[in-house]
Design a protein around this ligand. Structure first.
Ligand code: OOG
Length: 262
């Protein structure tokens, strides 16, 4: 098959898997030529299709597999990124239905909101911090479109890095040069602590993950625009969500956010 035909047919499979809530076998076994570069091309096309068919637009970006906990959990040892769309954002004040999702999991993250464009190559941690406007706690719901949540790096990238939904803390705190590597995090399920961590669990410093992503985005002429949100990637392992669960993440000095599921 020609490259464009391969991309089209993978985009179709992933789009329909999400739409119908039905997992598919991972791709690399069926498309041995699927490498990381081709996978990002699939991701770009999948996002174009979602924007067109769902009438939504880009709200920001997410990192994935940026902490050791997540890399070990998934057996994938390099980070990846994906796109957040406006229709993926949920509010924390209602109950979230799991009905259309395949096998959702939840993760605690640090959200960045920027006041100026971040455009690579050559973006440094210092530049990321200088352009950071606000920091907020975030819960990300991931939902791999692959059977058994099993994938290689190229598979997960094609699947928009398992993006599904995200919830941001209601109050964004102005970023005031706090050391984000030292920000403590407490993650709770139904009132009990499931894990604790700190910003440093994300590549030593969460802004390093953002810089890494921005420099990768420059290969496609893409950048992080003012007002867009970027999720750092999970600070700990992901937890399966069941009906009736309530999760919360609290970040030292930056507030909390909660999500309840039905
Ligand atoms: C890939 C996405 C992981 C994170 O924050 O580490 C991710 C996955 O585990 O399905 O979003």
């Amino acid at each position: 098959m020609l490259k464009t035909e391969v991309i089209d047919s993978i985009v179709d499979e992933l789009f329909l898997a999400e739409k119908h809530g039905k997992a598919i076998p991972k791709l690399v076994d069926r498309y041995p030529g699927l490498n990381v570069d081709l996978a990002y091309e699939v991701q770009n096309r999948l996002i174009e299709r979602k924007c067109r068919d769902e009438g939504t637009k880009v709200a920001g970006w997410k990192l994935g597999l940026t902490s050791k906990a997540k890399q070990e959990m998934m057996g994938v040892h390099e980070p990846a990124y994906g796109v957040l769309l406006e229709n993926m954002q949920l509010q924390s004040d209602g109950s979230i239905s799991l009905r259309t999702l395949i096998h959702p999991k939840i993760e605690p993250e640090i959200a960045f909101i920027f006041k100026e464009e971040l455009k690579g190559p050559g973006v440094t941690v210092a530049e990321v911090l200088q352009k950071t406007d606000y920091i907020a706690p975030a819960l990300e719901i991931i939902d791999s479109r692959y059977q058994h949540f099993s994938f290689t790096l190229a598979d997960v990238i094609a699947d928009n890095s398992s993006s599904s939904r995200f919830i941001l803390g209601e109050r964004f705190a102005k970023y005031n040069r706090e050391d984000l590597s030292l920000v403590g995090m407490v993650f709770k399920k139904n009132g009990a602590i499931v894990s604790t961590s700190a910003g440093a669990s994300v590549m030593g410093h969460p802004a390093r993950a953002v810089a890494w992503m921005v420099n990768k985005l420059s290969r496609y002429g893409q950048s992080v625009k003012p007002g867009e949100v970027v999720l750092s990637g999970a600070l700990t392992g992901a937890i399966e969500i069941e009906e009736g669960d309530v999760f919360s993440v609290s970040l030292d000095r930056f507030g909390s956010v909660e999500a309840s599921f039905t």
